[in-house]
Write a protein that binds this ligand. Structure first.
Ligand code: CA
Length: 229
């Protein structure tokens, strides 16, 4: 089965070569060329693996990685870099890289190591069946975050999955935006109540037959949200 890979690389030849090879392995590749674009992609949607260059326009791959980890994004990351020196390798591993490949690298080695990282991360996420929530025509595995939705099979972001889990557990009871912010976002970022509303919009697109007239994820006017199976 193909996986979603975020490729962050500003060198055209290297990026093209990696993308072609990953696509020929059946993976779906999103390619960013700058640090800000990488951070936006990495925090915006779930990936199975990030291939991350260090020297980038608009920032540094190490800073992108550090910010991802700070925001609680645990996607496996392999650094791809010309800086073969031990110091940057140690620094990358220190701030949460899972693997490190110096350029120039052998494509077969890249493919093998990328596959190993994805498999390891999948195995970590394997879960008991009671983590699977079903309602209406939908299904969500709260641990792998894989879901059957109105838009087909989707991997939810960590926040989307945590939010949905909270709604489902509270079943019928109203959750205030503050309850949700506290449990789902915790202390790690500075979201606003608007952040909650945006995730609700996204969840309704995925888990409502008609997102404009929700029957599962209901707004309780002036209070918050509640879930009806
Ligand atoms: Ca570069």
């Amino acid at each position: 089965m193909g996986h979603k890979i975020l490729l962050v690389e500003d060198e055209h030849l290297v990026g093209t070569m990696v993308r072609l090879n990953m696509e020929s392995e059946g993976h779906e590749v999103t390619w960013c060329r700058t640090a800000p674009a990488a951070l936006e992609e990495a925090t915006g949607q779930p990936f199975d693996l990030v291939l991350l260059d260090i020297g980038l326009p608009g920032g540094d791959g190490l800073a992108v990685l550090s910010e991802m980890r700070k925001r609680g994004i645990g996607t496996p990351v392999m650094m791809l870099t010309a800086r073969g020196d031990v110091a940057s390798k140690v620094q990358a591993l220190d701030i949460g890289a899972d693997d490190y490949l110096g350029k120039p690298f052998d494509v077969a080695e890249l493919i093998a190591r990328a596959g190993a990282l994805i498999r390891r991360s999948r195995a970590d996420r394997e879960v008991p069946a009671d983590q699977v929530v079903r309602f209406d025509a939908y299904e969500v595995n709260l641990a792998t975050r894989e879901a059957v939705t109105s838009q087909g099979r989707v991997t939810l972001s960590e926040k989307e999955a945590a939010f949905l889990a909270m709604l489902v557990r509270a079943r019928g009871a109203t959750l205030t935006r503050n309850d949700i912010l506290e449990e789902v976002w915790g202390m790690d970022v500075t979201p606003t109540q608007r952040t909650v509303d945006n995730v609700v919009l996204r969840l309704r697109k995925l888990f409502e037959p008609n997102p404009d007239e929700p029957v599962h994820i209901l707004t309780v006017r002036g209070a918050g949200y509640r879930f009806e199976p």
